[in-house]
Design a protein. Structure first.
Lengths: 584, 449
């Protein structure tokens, strides 16, 4: 890596122009000016080199020095990532807090991971073994929840000549290969370069969120992508946070990209106290937070999603299923636009650079289920769920449209539902999942034989609800046929009892598939019984006045444990009640 | 803001465009540096370096460029960024939008000078905002609860009583808050009538000794408006985090602020974003709004209530839209309710307080608060649906139940929302909510425990 220096020639917003560099390399980092702010080369035009600077540029003067070491923007990967909170360029925010207090002072620098901290290393290979990229050399119990696998970095291979065991720090090596190649606990990886794997695998298992509307109606596969567009206040962040809390993934990478500081303070204070549904251990033990709030420098915001996805890939490479939650990808796109406009590039639609869609595609394509590098053929996955914040809530804008091209599931949020406090405010008819067909077998084998059929029935019922509501708008409820009224009421019940799910309810925030299935069963049991009673000649009022609907609606408040038994008991009650209803 | 003249001076203005001047052969200037621009007749104006390219600097002039010439006018860089002198002596004072006294009293002696851009709060240093602030307004306390350290804007329309509501909140919150309560007003582009109204109301509320007002009137320099909220927030952070005050900052009118931002953007010939507002407006507004909050290990808090006027009552306009994307909820005012004579005319359905969950419940407001609020929302939303339906199918098409919801919606607007000048305790608010819910049979199940 060669070092080159230049002098600042201009400053505009987050960009700095430099002259006098010899052989600058695109996308490598520089130290800028007297304060040594971090920047990245984003354009080279003749002798004029343009940098985006990851810190506030005010106070920078023309003539100050810029140094480049020819290294691309990279993250440090290794034990100590979990429970951590980092900014967009992986500066450790807890350390900054300890040193600087309430605010982030400029030019403050810390290593991302604590290099002196000792870890108990358990070797899995020994002297004389031949190892290649991705092979697991040994493990470190990083948190009570997660075993961190120390892997041979991509590109390295050879016979082990020395292997350590016991306490090791990030500054030391754990393994030496022939020809004096060292492997330590930490590795560096350029954020803009996807980490390699052996093969991409087709989706076959669902990514379990515990949210009925997603898991049953609009599933995303492990290794898939879902986008969550919606106007302000429609519930994107709550969706992301709920998934961070309850999803059945091994690792959660939460990227707060250009959003609010207070939302992060909530996660930071809640996660150590909340238990993850699989292990019963604190959520923080499986979580890494990358946060560059809206008021932090935009260039670092642009980098934040790449920092996040690189960390996600790294844990994927260990064979874990990783959830990468990005809130919000629109703020990333806006950062890109802001920098592009400072470069005076020819703008595309709505001022976004023409390469917006390409860049977005590169990001989304880093999701996936893969066979990892390494001889044990383990699999890992990165599932990306990203919020999209369309201006004015209008989905026709470029970021939503470009994201749609890469998304396997669309969870469209609707302000009208949010206004009436129907949460998650998913517009079920405007949303889609392209994974349904691929996951049908899994549903049949792991949930229930008729699960896929039930989902189909639910879809038709909801479709019918919309039609009937339209009709009512013209003729009024009273003019509706009795059987239609019954269908409408059943659909409304499904909306209330199934689709609506409060993220703040202790018992209902996470649902097993068992619970989801049995609530659906109960709704359709009600519908069948009610239809039969109506045919038999029972007054529709008598049917609708029966408190059974209220009871189904309250099934949410049953715990996941033992749900089937309680549900079956209730369905017997429903049948009994209905057979006893008197005819006209 | 004091500006000490230093040696360097430039008589090299090459072009003038809108509020910007281009200064050539400038050496050693830094981004954000303040300058003094001296006109031929000796008048001094304030400028700030916005961009540097080689030896050319783009300087925005707060008081505008009219009268500046390229021959005789001189530019003196000061070597300093924009700063404000802070001290508790500011209490009770009225200053202009740039932080200079306009109340005829002597200048204050600052304890220190602070950069008005501030620094980003470290997300890891933030304390979760969870302390309930009783505003005495039912639509807020009951349904969209405010907590200390929150940023909760009022989305208003031209002629709607947003300022009255903001002052009522300040007045009433002051009563229920502790002795450490302080109010900062940052006014941008307000009329002299509004200015008069603010000062009079604050005085009547007896709040003046705990109030600091920064006032930029319509007739004052437009570029000054870009500084006003930053100065107000810098003082707020100082009082909150150095002296432990719970500071409520009211910024009005953010629409004027955004227009000034647009003016600079177009003078710089930037590629405009939606409706010709700059593409970086989201980030710019965030650097203001995100300054609200609480810090771990510090006593005070900054609570922010920006007021904005939605052009054409359009909530999708970039100003309310970007604000809503940054703030922790919004209080929306409705012209329809205002016409009906309902005060405060709070349009409950699109309102939101994202931090409500943290500030309510047992020990804070009352057990069961969330449930009452949710029920009121569903019942009112349903009542509004019925109201729409009536305009199409007439009252005859309605079921009995529908009628009950219709009546509920009316009563809710009149009694719960339209409280007038009353200052309601949280218990009064919630009891009234329960009382109203009794009229809709399905909702009757919720009762005070
Ligand atoms: N599943 C849910 N259960 C209960 N309440 C919810 C749910 N989802 C959203 N809400 C409510 O809606 C509010 C807004 O949600 P959220 O902050 O997630 O919106 P957002 O779409 O992220 O908005 P923005 O784009 O402005 O960040 C929350 O504060 C909460 O009150
Ligand atoms: Mg959000």
């Amino acid at each position: 890596m060669k070092e080159t220096r230049g002098k600042i020639f201009g400053v505009a917003g987050p960009t700095v122009m430099v002259k006098g560099m010899t052989g600058p390399v695109m996308n490598t980092v520089c130290l800028v000016g007297k304060q040594g702010l971090l920047g990245e080369i984003i354009r080279i035009k003749g002798e004029l080199v343009t940098l985006q600077v990851y810190e506030d540029t005010s106070g920078i003067s023309v003539g100050e020095e810029v140094i480049s070491y020819g290294i691309p923007l990279s993250v440090t990967l290794g034990p100590g990532l979990l429970t951590g909170i980092f900014d967009g360029i992986q500066r450790p925010l807890e350390k900054i807090r300890a040193a600087a207090g309430g605010f982030i002072t400029r030019g403050i620098k810390f290593e991302a991971l604590d290099i002196d901290r000792k870890w108990e290393f358990t070797p899995l290979k020994e002297k004389g073994d031949y190892v290649g990229p991705g092979d697991i050399l040994g493990t470190v119990q990083e948190t009570e929840r997660i075993v961190h696998k120390i892997m041979v970095p991509p590109g390295l291979s050879g016979t082990i000549t020395e292997m350590k065991s016991g306490e090791v720090s990030g500054a030391e090596y754990v393994c030496m290969l022939e020809k004096g190649k060292f492997i330590g606990l930490f590795q560096e990886w350029p954020v803009r370069k996807p980490r390699p794997f052996s093969a991409k695998l087709p989706p076959s298992t669902p990514f379990i969120t515990g949210q009925r509307v997603f898991d049953t109606l609009l599933p995303v596969a492990e290794g898939g992508t879902a986008i969550v567009p919606g106007g302000f206040g429609t519930g994107k962040t709550v969706v992301e946070q709920t998934i961070a809390k309850f999803s059945r993934s091994d690792i959660v990478i939460y990227v707060g990209c250009g959003e609010r500081g207070n939302e992060m303070s909530e996660i930071l204070s809640d996660f150590p106290a909340l238990k993850d549904p699989t292990s019963g251990l604190p959520l923080s033990l499986r979580t890494v937070i990358v946060v560059n709030t809206s008021n932090m420098p935009v260039a670092a915001r642009e980098a934040s999603i790449f920092t996040g996805i690189t960390i996600a890939e790294y844990f994927r490479d260990m064979g874990y299923s990783v959830a990468m939650l990005a809130d919000s990808i629109s703020r990333w796109a806006e950062a890109l636009r802001e920098i592009s406009s400072r470069l005076e590039e020819m703008p595309g639609e709505e001022g976004f650079p023409p390469y917006l869609a390409t860049q977005l595609g590169i990001f989304y394509e880093r999701s996936g289920k893969v066979r990892c590098l390494g001889s044990d053929a383990r699999t890992g996955s990165v599932t990306v769920i990203s919020a999209v914040s369309p201006p004015g809530g209008d989905f026709s804008e470029p970021v939503t449209q470009a994201s749609l091209r890469f998304a396997g599931s669309l969870w469209a949020l609707d302000p009208d539902l949010a206004y009436r406090r129907h949460f998650p405010a998913v517009n079920w008819l405007a949303s889609f999942s392209l994974y349904q067909a691929e996951l049908n077998d899994w549903f049949g084998e792991n949930v229930a034989e008729d699960m896929v059929k039930l989902r189909g029935r639910l879809y038709s019922l909801l479709q019918r609800q919309t039609e009937l509501r339209d009709i009512i708008q013209i003729i009024g409820v009273e003019a509706l046929q009795e059987s239609d009224r019954l269908t409408l009421e059943a659909a409304n019940l499904a909306t209330e009892a199934f689709l609506k799910q409060s993220a703040f309810s202790e018992v209902d925030a996470f649902n097993t598939y068992e619970k989801q299935y049995w609530i659906l069963k109960a709704i359709f049991a009600f519908m069948e019984c009610a239809e039969a009673a109506l045919k038999r000649g029972v007054y529709i009022e008598t049917i609708l006045e029966n408190p059974v609907r209220g009871r189904i609606n309250r099934m949410k408040d049953f715990a996941n444990e033992g749900f089937q038994a309680r549900a079956e008991e209730m369905m017997r009650d429903i049948e009994n009640e209905f057979t006893m209803l008197e005819e006209k | 803001m004091p500006i000490d003249l230093i040696e360097r001076q430039y008589r090299t203005i090459s072009s003038i465009s809108g509020p910007l001047i281009f200064v050539e052969k400038l050496s050693g200037g830094s981004l954000g540096e303040m300058c003094v621009v001296e006109l031929a007749d000796g008048e001094k104006r304030i400028g700030q370096i916005l961009q540097l390219m080689g030896t050319t600097a783009i300087v925005q002039v707060l008081q505008g460029t009219s009268g500046i010439d390229s021959e005789a006018s001189r530019v003196f860089p000061t070597g300093q960024t924009a700063r404000i002198g802070v001290s508790k002596e500011l209490f009770g004072r009225v200053l202009n939008g740039f932080g200079e006294p306009i109340d005829g009293l002597p200048p204050i002696v600052p304890d220190e000078y602070l950069d008005i851009s501030g620094l980003p709060m470290n997300p890891a240093s933030r304390e979760k905002p969870d302390f309930f602030v009783q505003t005495g307004i039912s639509a807020i306390d009951g349904l969209n609860t405010l907590v200390r350290g929150q940023k909760l804007p009022i989305f208003s329309g031209a002629g709607l009583p947003a300022k009255e509501l903001a002052l009522q909140i300040v007045r009433q919150a002051r009563v229920s808050e502790t002795a450490d309560f302080a109010v900062i007003l940052g006014a941008m582009g307000i009329t002299s009538r509004e200015d008069f109204f603010f000062r009079k109301s604050l005085q009547e509320a007896g709040a003046l000794e705990r109030t600091i007002a920064f006032i930029n009137q319509v007739s004052d320099p437009t570029i000054e408006r870009l500084f006003t909220p930053r100065i107000a927030l810098t003082v707020a952070e100082y009082l909150a985090f150095e002296h432990g005050y719970h500071v409520m900052v009211v910024l009005t009118d953010m629409t004027s602020y955004c227009e000034s931002l647009r003016e600079i953007g177009s003078a710089r010939e930037e590629i405009p974003g939606r409706r010709s507002y700059p593409g970086y407006m989201y980030t710019d507004l965030a650097t203001l709004y995100e300054r609200a909050g609480r810090l771990k290990g510090r006593k005070g808090s900054v609570t922010l209530m920006p007021i904005l006027t939605m052009p054409d009552d359009d909530i999708t306009h970039p100003i309310p839209d970007l604000t809503g994307y940054i703030t922790e909820g919004q209080i929306v005012l409705s012209r329809a309710l205002h016409r009906k004579g309902i005060y405060p005319p709070v349009d409950v359905l699109p309102c939101l307080s994202r931090l409500m969950g943290l500030g309510i419940g047992e020990g804070k407001t009352r057990d069961g608060h969330r449930k009452i609020s949710d029920q009121l929302y569903s019942a009112y939303a349903r009542g509004m649906d019925v109201r729409r339906l009536v305009t199409i199918v007439g009252e005859e098409g309605l079921s009995d139940l529908d009628r009950k919801y219709l009546e509920f919606a009316d009563a809710f607007e009149r009694k719960f929302v339209g409280q007038g000048e009353a200052d309601r305790s949280i218990d009064e608010t919630l009891d009234l909510g329960l009382e109203l819910l009794k009229s809709v049979p399905e909702m009757e199940a919720v009762r005070r425990k």
